[in-house]
Structures are given as C-alpha cells and as structure tokens.
Design a protein around this ligand. Sequence first.
Ligand code: C5P
Ligand code: MG
Length: 223
Amino acid sequence: MSDSTANSNARADTNTIIIAIAGASASGKSLIASTIHKELCEEVGGSDIGIISEDSYYKDQSHLSFEQRIETNYDHPSSMDHDLLVSHLQQLKRGEAIQVPEYSYVEHTRTPNSREFRPRRVIILEGILLLTDERLRRELNASIFVDAPLDICFIRRLQRDMQERGRSLESVVSQYRKTVRPMFLQFIQPSKQFADIIVPRGGKNRIAINILKAQILQMLKQK
Ligand code: C5P
Ligand code: MG
C-alpha cells in the first residue's frame, strides 16, 4: 500500500465506505468491481453494497449534433461531470438517495432515464478517470489501480466496442490512436500514484480480489 498524500485513512468520516477502482479502459475494472460485489453480497447481504460506474457521469451532450458528439475526447477529464458525481457521493454519505444518469455509448450522450441508487454501507466506484480528480479522491476510503498491459486492454476494447458499443474497427483504431492512448499516458497512468493498491494483470487476479474483499470486510467491522 502506498503512503500518498490526500489519500485514504484520514477520510473515513461517515458510515459510508467508498472504494474506487481505476485503470485503463478495458483493464478489468468492471470485472473486479462486479466480482467483489457478487461475492461480498453473498457474504454480508446484497442491500449493503452497490456499484456506480463513472461512465454514467459522462457529460450530457444532447444539445450537440451526433457529428459533434463523435468528435468529443471521451478520455479527457473534462468529458466527465465530476461535479455531479462528487455531489452525489456527498448526498449518499448524508443518507440521501440519488438518481444515477443512464448513458448511451451508441448515442454518445445521456438517455432521458436514470436509476435510483439508495445509500449503502459500501459503494464501489469504477472508472478510468476517478483518481485524476482531487475532489473525488477526497471522498474515497480506499483506491485501487488495475494495471493490465495496454496491448491486452486494446484487444479487449476492440472486441467489446465492436460487439457492445456500436463501433466499427476503423473507429476503434482511430479513436485509440487519437485520444485513448494519449490520454491514458497523460492523465490515467500518472493517477496510479494516488492508489492505495495496484492490481497487476486485471480482473482475474484472484489473490488481489481476496485481499480487497478482506480489506472491505475489515473496514465494515470497524464502522
Ligand atoms: O468501460 P471503460 O472504462 O472502457 O469506459 C471508458 C471508455 O469509454 C473511454 O476510454 C472512452 O474512450 C470510451 N467512450 C467512448 N464513447 C463514448 C463514451 C466513452 O468510446 N461516448
Ligand atoms: Mg467498464
């Protein structure tokens, strides 16, 4: 575990435990988050733990044309509505329910829908840019950086974006060259310094998942 400033231990000021899982696109963040969620739900009860994806907080672009929306750099911190995410985390800590926006990767904007998310004891946040923002880091009780090789991330992203996010091979490759890789090097990789735990290889690292689960269970006991 690192000893970075503006980081964990002094932050536990409410009953809500917020854990962030950051790392490159397609590094395995969602898989680690859902594995921990599923296994902890079985152990401590489903109503106590929830997952929020940073992707739900991409800025609304409904005022832009589709042609303008595809030009957006979705790997730059300015593409995220972190103001809303910070205020939602603060609401959850106060015991208030929030409305998490629903995002469409195909339309590149928010949909008119949202989902109610009520306060929980443990909230797992997952997203590429979570650790780049100091205001968000201040809301966290622990932070994890998933450190998978970039070539593996790219292969996974190519398959996923073509199968699930409505992109063509050409669009994935040109977006990767133009924004995904440069923004990873400029913003996401340097944010690793703020992580408490760095998880090599990605979502199937069983020992890392066991350690993270044990840490969360210990935090729950201390509350
Ligand atoms: O799930 P993952 O962490 O990969 O999601 C983040 C990625 O989604 C970013 O790297 C961004 O390039 C991509 N994205 C996109 N089109 C959007 C919104 C996000 O390709 N409209
Ligand atoms: Mg994801």
